[in-house]
Design a protein around this ligand. Structure first.
Ligand code: SAH
Length: 217
């Protein structure tokens, strides 16, 4: 990974880290992943100067790279509990959240429904020497059955309800972080832990993600 950052870039990254800490992100490894992963490589060159602001940015195809605070919040929620070995992400998008996870977890699987987003994310991983990510073009409602079960699942597009097939690919005791709610409106960010009886639910707050759509293209 290219860690050769200039003074200005290091300074703007530190400003972002301080902001995340102020907002309640305390996990040192999550903060460190956000500090070292070059978010400017995941956005259009023309938006590079905004890459370390705490905002979502367009990545084409009406999709967005998530706000750093939300990436940090979801990652921190996933990392509570036992160390994770294998994790599934739905909604690769730019690949930024994937790259954060790849720094923290030995094996990351990621599913995206738009082929050209997969291709550019794959190129970024290759350029950064990220080798522990496997990608698949598909509708994430079906998860990635062949590689299941997972220690954790993160969904970065909003389904209207929790997709059962996906949830069933979690290990017992595993956790899914998912924004659930109607298209283009506020959604509830949930952390669901799989139990023998079903699941335990923790609410992480209100968020706004792009909708989880049907089918792949
Ligand atoms: N984590 C991404 C956020 C991308 S936005 C990032 O950091 O850049 C959400 C992504 O979910 C989009 O790329 C969108 O195409 C994808 N998506 C939407 N519905 C999906 C589905 N059913 N299966 C897989 N990916 C989906």
């Amino acid at each position: 990974m290219n860690l050769d950052v200039g003074f200005r870039s290091r300074r703007v990254r530190e400003r972002l880290i301080k902001l995340l800490q102020k907002k309640g992100i305390t996990h040192p490894e999550v903060l460190d992943a956000i500090r070292t992963i070059p978010r400017h490589e995941f956005v259009y060159e023309a938006l590079g100067h905004q890459a370390y602001d705490d905002t979502a940015l367009p990545i084409g195809h009406e999709q967005t790279i998530s706000q750093p605070y939300i990436v940090a919040l979801m990652t921190q929620a996933l990392l509570q509990g036992d160390p994770l070995q294998r994790i599934l992400e739905i909604g690769t998008g730019s690949g930024y959240q994937t790259a954060v996870l790849a720094k923290l977890v030995p094996q990351v699987y990621t599913v995206e429904r738009i082929g050209s987003l997969i291709r550019s994310a794959r190129q970024r991983f290759a350029d950064m020497g990220i080798l522990n990510v496997e990608m698949k073009l598909d509708d994430g409602h079906a998860g990635w059955e062949e590689k299941a079960p997972y220690d954790a699942i993160i969904v970065t597009a909003a389904p209207t309800r929790v997709p059962t097939r996906l949830f069933n690919q979690l290990k017992m005791g595993g956790r899914m972080v998912v924004p659930v709610g109607p298209d283009r409106q506020d959604q509830q960010l949930l952390a669901l832990t799989r139990t023998e009886e079903g699941f335990e639910q923790q609410d992480l707050g209100i968020v706004r993600f792009v909708p989880m759509r049907q089918g792949a293209r």
